[in-house]
Design a protein around this ligand. Structure first.
Ligand SMILES: [Zn+2]
Length: 109
């Protein structure tokens, strides 16, 4: 007995540019009474879309992390430059100067 053939219910844009229609592949899985090929199976489509979403989220998170790091680095650069500027200016009081320099140095990031 020949296995019944089902066409995929998905839409295909294969072929000529202006020709689009039903997918040319035979249905491999049935979902809610409709047949789908491996490409158009709604479960597979969702999986692919979820993966794209997850990749996008991860990319955004990486970019955010990188930009936070870079913002922190430039903030620290300015901060340390300010400390250098303070340390280069003469401090009159000898005893106080030691504490002040140590305190300022401790603020380096
Ligand atoms: Zn298909």
């Amino acid at each position: 007995m020949k296995k019944p053939e089902h066409r995929c219910s998905g839409h295909s844009h294969r072929g000529y540019v202006f020709q689009s229609g039903q997918c040319v592949f035979s249905g491999k899985v049935e979902r809610d009474g409709k047949w789908w090929c491996g490409t158009h199976d709604p479960v597979r489509v969702k999986e692919r879309r979820d993966k794209i979403d997850a990749d996008y989220e991860a990319k955004i998170a990486r970019q955010r992390d990188a930009s936070e790091k870079s913002a922190k680095a430039s903030y620290n650069k300015v901060w340390n430059a300010a400390i250098d500027a303070v340390l280069e200016s003469p401090i009159d009081d000898g005893r106080g100067a030691f504490v002040t320099v140590a305190t300022i140095e401790s603020l380096r990031r």
